[in-house]
Design a protein around this ligand. Structure first.
Ligand SMILES: Cc1cc2nc3c(=O)[nH]c(=O)nc-3n(C[C@H](O)[C@H](O)[C@H](O)COP(=O)(O)OP(=O)(O)OC[C@H]3O[C@@H](n4cnc5c(N)ncnc54)[C@H](O)[C@@H]3O)c2cc1C
Length: 483
């Protein structure tokens, strides 16, 4: 593959995944980004955190986020192109996954609103009752600028990893509905018309079993705000999505699914977002490499273009291989998600395999994105550190992709859990058997089994080495299978 291919998301996918043919709408979407979207995105990043107008002239709370009109056009363009409504029409997650990857090549932060809208649509479709679906689903699937956005709010001030211990938002029954009170501390797509929110009903267990998932609209039935935005976070990146602190105050809410299945529903939401994040990380890593390649072709050092220097050339070739393997891994996570996204607990073996691949993909693609963005900055030398060029932006963005939806530790430990309890690694090795020699499979299988047999402390302490080995092995094997 030539480095030129890196410059186009669709050409890159086409040349990495054997059977991939980009649909027309995606080609139009890419053209739009080239002509219009990229400029708006750059401006949004430079403008930093948008102001929050909290009151109108009469002193009523309005909590309006003051992005520029160009921003709203850019945001709505993705929805109008079909990142969410096509999922419903095609009954498949591919349109969202592809659209999120492409968006992330140009603006990794903007991939978040589409991700969390998808992760709101899915539980509503699966677990909302008929009345809820009739009322809210069409809003998320509008094809014009009236489309509603979703959001997924779990994390509170005491921490996002240990949700069982740290979610203090309380849900109280109110007839057939619920009222939620509490504060969400990291809430992306603040201002969304509909959010799925983790809360604990009064008296429920103080652990993960006590959590349930609720649907919370932005406005109450009487037109008043149903939740408040206390402030917006001033982040290093992902400035194309507002992340805020949310106050729920007796907020109107509906329970999704059964309360006792709450933690499963929450994990379903997170796992959809993790797959989307994996595609986003590949888009970002590709972009960082594409910009580095353009620079290295034009920069003359020691009498020839930087990219022709043997050391640099080798680095580009190695990185390109890792990027393509990461893309194959993320794509397998998408394919598996597409098979199991409508499953409910108790889950099939295929679902457990999906979970393991999703953890591997979230972990490894984010690592590749961070390492590639760091290296791409170095390729630019001193120029890479300056705000006026894009290399520094990709590094800032990559750091957030690695943290939200659960940092590396979470993916590694949850990956261990699904291997220990569901033997998902054995299902993975069966999947890889078509492209990997038996001896190589036996070797990695022995390594994983040995690790799983260790005493708990030792197993957790040494988990990163074996998990990253498994991620690289899986990514390389999957690349071989799709090439
Ligand atoms: C820009 C941004 C937007 C976000 N948007 C949202 C959102 O919309 N909705 C939402 O719910 N959350 C959101 N988050 C929160 C995000 O999901 C959390 O940051 C993440 O889950 C980690 O939680 P924490 O930051 O509270 O870290 P903590 O849970 O306090 O953990 C701190 C560190 O310890 C590690 N750790 C935890 N447990 C272990 C262990 N057993 N062993 C080893 N290491 C461990 C963690 O991986 C982490 O690195 C957002 C975060 C960011 C940065």
């Amino acid at each position: 593959m030539s480095f030129e291919t890196l410059q186009s998301p669709l050409r890159f996918l086409h040349s990495t995944l054997r059977d991939f043919r980009p649909p027309d709408w995606l080609q139009h979407y890419q053209c739009w980004w080239e002509k219009e979207g990229q400029g708006t995105s750059d401006h949004t990043d430079r403008a930093g955190t948008p102001p929050l107008r909290m009151f109108d002239l009469a002193g009523r709370r309005v909590d309006e986020i003051l992005y520029s009109p160009d921003y709203w056009r850019m945001l709505k363009h993705g929805y109008q192109s079909g990142l969410i409504w096509r999922v419903s029409e095609e009954n498949a997650v591919f349109p969202a996954a592809l659209g999120i990857y492409l968006t992330s090549f140009y603006d990794p932060g903007l991939a978040c609103p589409y991700t969390v809208s998808l992760s709101t649509y899915v539980p509503l479709l699966k677990h909302g009752d008929a009345e809820l679906q009739e009322r809210f689903l069409p809003r998320l699937l509008q094809k014009d600028e009236t489309v509603w956005q979703g959001a997924t709010w779990m994390t509170e001030i005491k921490g996002g990893s240990d949700l069982g211990a740290n979610v203090e938002t309380v849900a109280r029954p109110s007839g057939t509905e619920w009222r939620l009170t509490g504060d969400k501390y990291f809430s992306s797509n603040a201002g969304a018309e509909l959010a799925v929110v983790a809360a604990r009903s009064e008296g429920a267990a103080q652990n993960v079993r006590g959590l349930a998932l609720f649907l919370v609209p932005r406005y109450r039935r009487d037109g008043q705000l149903n939740y408040f935005i206390r402030r917006l976070k001033d982040k290093i990146a992902t400035r194309s999505v507002p992340t805020g602190e949310i106050e729920l105050r007796d907020s109107e809410a509906w329970l999704l699914g059964r309360a006792e299945d709450g933690i499963y529903l929450i994990l379903e939401v997170l796992n959809v977002s993790r797959v989307a994040n994996s595609m986003g990380s590949v888009g970002l890593a590709q972009r960082a490499m594409a910009d580095a390649a353009s620079f290295a072709q034009g920069r003359i050092v020691f009498g020839k273009p930087l990219i022709e220097q043997p050391l640099m050339r080798r680095q580009f070739e190695d990185r390109l291989h890792h990027l393509r393997a990461a893309a194959a891994l993320a794509w397998k996570a998408v394919e598996l998600l597409n098979e199991v996204w409508q499953e409910r607990p108790p889950y099939s073996d295929r679902y457990h395999l999906f979970r393991l691949v999703a953890h591997l993909a979230k972990y490894w693609t984010a690592e590749v994105a961070v390492q590639t963005a760091k290296w791409a900055m170095e390729v630019h030398g001193g120029l890479g550190t300056l705000h006026e060029y894009r290399a520094e932006r990709w590094l800032r963005e990559a750091m957030i992709l690695a943290i939200w939806e659960g940092p590396a530790h979470r993916q590694i430990l949850d990956g261990l859990e699904v291997m220990e309890r569901k033997h998902a690694h054995r299902l993975l090795f069966q999947l890889l058997a078509i492209s990997v020699p038996a001896s190589a499979l036996q070797q990695i299988e022995a390594r994983v089994e040995q690790h799983l047999a260790l005493p708990r402390e030792e197993k957790e302490a040494g988990a990163e080495a074996v998990f990253s080995e498994l991620a690289v092995f899986t990514a390389n094997s999957l690349l071989r299978a799709v090439e």
